[in-house]
Write a protein that binds this ligand. Structure first.
Ligand SMILES: [Zn+2]
Length: 90
């Protein structure tokens, strides 16, 4: 992202968690964005679940789960326009 919100928020959250949990051993607390950040870009996953039909038309026993990913064009925290690959090339 063009801004530093993901890092800033993670640092702030780390400090908050440490403050709330004084018994956490020094140097062991690690916070990471889970499933929403990839290489510094914000990604919002959408889980899709459906039942698929076999070639004969009968349904598979188990549902299929897939993820599709939305990438916001503006940072939801500060409103800065996020850079795209096309913009980075120019
Ligand atoms: Zn931001």
């Amino acid at each position: 992202m063009a801004c530093d919100c993901l890092n800033t928020l993670l640092k702030s959250a780390t400090e908050r968690v440490a403050k709330r949990n004084p018994r956490i051993l020094t140097g062991t607390l690690k916070l990471n964005w889970s499933n929403i950040s990839f290489q510094g870009n914000l990604i919002i996953p959408i889980e899709t679940t459906y039942k698929k039909a076999k070639a004969d038309g009968k349904p598979y026993k188990n549902p299929t789960t897939e993820h599709i990913y939305m990438v916001p064009t503006f940072c939801p925290f500060c409103g800065t326009k996020t850079s795209t690959k096309e913009q980075e090339k120019s």
